[in-house]
Design a protein around this ligand. Structure first.
Ligand SMILES: Cc1ncc(C[n+]2csc(CCOP(=O)(O)OP(=O)(O)O)c2C)c(N)n1
Length: 362
């Protein structure tokens, strides 16, 4: 990448490239993204100013950026390299990664975009040449990085948690309670309120932790589709009289914050969002998110039109807040970074869907 002249790297983490992401900080100016699509605009702006931008993202994120990619970077002939952590094709533990990962080469082909598959150390030799060509021609090139590349790698990403200070002036940091619990303990604290209720749970480690703490048929465990938790909850809330609880994450809320506005506008009387704010992408190695520096999630929800919001850090406060909420309710829970060692959820998508639907119909 250095030899190919990359001088700006926009990233959104994937567990498989957490080491590579940490490493890239020593070599490139790195812009952490809130959503892959946003990288299209940033890369286009940078390319217009003569830079050589690249993206480093998960294959799922390609789906989030296709329209902007085609109608902006591609249409205007602005150069871009996209390094994709290619999931779903090699020793994949998360079945939800398979449909997008498998379709990716054909998808890129259909869009008329060049790509190079990287499976071996020798394949790396192709990168600099393709980069130089793309930047010289004003074209787009995808590099599909197989997880086989990192097998046995010693380089590991490190969780940086709450790395940054909240920016002064925008809001009062004293109003944000210090995190008291990690995500697991937050879910444990909320569990008595969740028992017997419909719960939509954010993908990755949160879903596995929920499974371990309080497994029940009324849990809808997300296995993919990052950024959709509140939207799924909202669709449910406007379609059923049952109470709907959503366990959200800060990284996921920042990927689709507009959903909060849609929820406030629709104003359902049965939607309760528990935003577990560990200021990091916990499930992919703990890379910091902007709630550790410049975003206040409760203020965001209020700004999007939520009238009922709250903040809780300690276990009793969390349960208390969930006992008497008005809806739609947004509970901001500042939490410590860190994941517990939990196993995979032994349920497939159909099982999760069918038992959840049966619960709703009951
Ligand atoms: C579109 C897309 N981009 C990236 C990922 C990889 N990914 C899976 S979970 C996750 C982190 C989610 O962070 P957050 O919502 O804050 O929850 P936490 O794990 O910290 O509780 C990421 C980046 C993904 N699944 N989909």
């Amino acid at each position: 990448m250095r030899a190919g002249g990359v001088d700006l790297l926009c990233t959104l983490p994937c567990d498989r490239i957490k080491g590579l992401l940490t490493l890239s900080d020593s070599y490139f100016r790195r812009v952490p993204l809130t959503r892959e699509e946003e990288g299209m605009g940033i890369a286009a702006g940078a390319a217009l100013a003569g830079k050589r931008p690249a993206l480093m993202i998960q294959s799922s994120g390609v789906g989030n950026m296709i329209n902007a990619l085609m109608s902006l970077n591609f249409y205007y002939g602005l150069p871009l390299a996209v390094f994709v952590s290619w999931r779903g094709v090699y020793k994949e533990g998360i079945a939800a990664q398979v449909p997008m990962g498998r379709a990716l080469p054909g998808l890129l082909d259909a869009l008329g975009l060049d790509s190079t598959e990287l499976h071996t150390a020798e394949d790396m030799g192709k990168v600099a040449g393709e980069l130089n060509r793309a930047y010289a021609e004003g074209s787009i090139h995808f590099f599909l990085m197989s997880p086989v590349l990192w097998e046995g790698s010693e380089v590991m990403g490190e969780s940086s948690g709450r790395a940054c200070k909240v920016s002064a002036g925008a809001f009062d940091i004293a109003d944000i309670p210090a995190p008291a619990l990690d995500r697991y303990a937050v879910i444990e604290a909320a569990a008595p309120a969740l028992r017997g209720e419909a719960v939509v749970c954010n993908l990755g480690v949160p879903a596995k932790e929920l499974y371990e703490i309080i497994e029940q048929p009324s849990n809808f465990y997300m296995l993919g589709s990052m950024g959709m938790a509140t939207a799924i909850g909202l669709g449910l809330a406007i379609s059923t009289a049952k109470k709907i609880y959503v366990i959200e994450g800060d990284g996921s809320i920042l990927m689709n914050p507009g959903t909060l506005a849609t929820a406030a506008m629709l104003d359902p009387g049965n939607l309760f969002v528990i935003a577990v704010d560990n200021a990091s992408y916990g499930s992919t190695g703990g890379q910091p998110t902007l709630t550790g520096s410049c975003v206040e999630l409760e203020l965001l929800a209020r700004g999007m039109g939520f009238r009922h919001t709250g903040k809780a850090a300690a276990a009793e406060e969390i349960l208390d807040a969930l006992k008497k909420p008005e809806s739609p309710f947004f509970l901001h829970v500042p939490a410590r970074a860190g994941d517990r060692k939990v196993s995979q959820i032994p349920l497939d998508a159909e099982q999760i869907r069918d038992r959840f639907m049966k619960f709703l119909a009951s």
